[in-house]
Design a protein around this ligand. Structure first.
Ligand code: IPE
Ligand code: IPE
Ligand code: MG
Length: 240
């Protein structure tokens, strides 16, 4: 392993490029998604070996409903099967699973799979792995505002510390590093609040091809950055 001197505590990944991976091989897009979900466990394990404690994966966005029905159905089925198939493997490794997003809108079988996974792993503490499914950063902020209003929280009590607890991420730390595979240079509505001060790593490598070597490159890139948080950089680095 390379010399990674500063490690991000929380890494979030926009797993993009499955469709193009399949297209390059003249395969159906769903085949690309299959390869993509297959890649999840090895990348998460690799991050765990480096010592990353929080990993968040963007699996399905609120905007992904705009895709053809057959793709949406196939993709969600794959994600559900992955949660079911891999949950005991994650559990054995002490991984606590989390869901970020709106449960309503997801089918009953996915909701049940998510709830089973959360329940089984709730006392684990080696790593927290969050799946963003039916997740949208703007909707997350709206949901938080709705709850604050519904609970009658007085406006003067609403500061950043309180507000963050109303987000799906509640007590997860801010994201230090966002990785986006697949070459697009955008955030696509991912962790709008939590990644406000993150470092970004964009790579053209398509998600199914994003392997241990690529993880190392991303962590190395992070390790060489200087985070300043609006200051001059000497007083607080890499999240303090
Ligand atoms: C990422 O791959 C997976 C999801 C968005 C769910 P894409 O399906 O977006 O792949 P491309 O961007 O078309 O290559
Ligand atoms: C972002 O990828 C969402 C996920 C990876 C789940 P998209 O492929 O949906 O993003 P856009 O549409 O190119 O912005
Ligand atoms: Mg895409």
């Amino acid at each position: 392993m390379a010399k990674i001197t500063v490690l991000p505590k929380h890494v979030a990944i926009i797993m993009d490029g499955n469709g193009r991976w399949a297209k390059q091989r003249h395969l159906p897009r769903l085949k690309g998604h299959e390869e993509g979900v297959e890649n999840i466990v090895s990348v998460v394990e690799c991050l765990g070996e480096y010592g990353v404690r929080y990993v968040t994966l963007y699996g399905f966005s609120t905007e992904n409903w705009n895709r053809p029905r057959s793709e949406v159905r196939g993709l969600l089925k794959l994600l559900r099967e992955t949660i079911d198939k891999k949950v005991s493997q994650f559990h054995k490794r002490g991984v606590k699973l989390y869901h970020l997003g709106r449960l309503e809108g997801l089918s009953q079988d996915i909701k049940s799979a998510i709830n089973r996974a959360l329940e089984l792993t709730k006392n684990n503490d080696k790593m927290t792995l969050s799946f963003a499914l039916n997740y949208g950063g703007r909707v997350e902020i709206l949901d938080a505002i709705r709850r604050l209003i519904a609970e009658g929280v007085p406006p003067q009590k609403i500061d950043e510390g309180l507000f963050r607890r109303y987000l799906y991420t509640t007590d997860l730390p801010d994201v230090d590093l966002v990785i986006r595979t697949g070459g697009e240079l955008r955030t696509s509505n991912f962790l709008v609040w939590q990644a406000a001060y993150s470092e970004y790593y964009f790579t053209p490598v398509l998600w199914p091809d994003f392997d241990e070597k690529e993880v190392e490159k991303a962590l190395l890139s992070y390790s060489q950055r200087q985070r300043r948080f609006g200051g001059l950089g000497s007083e607080r680095q890499n999240g303090g």
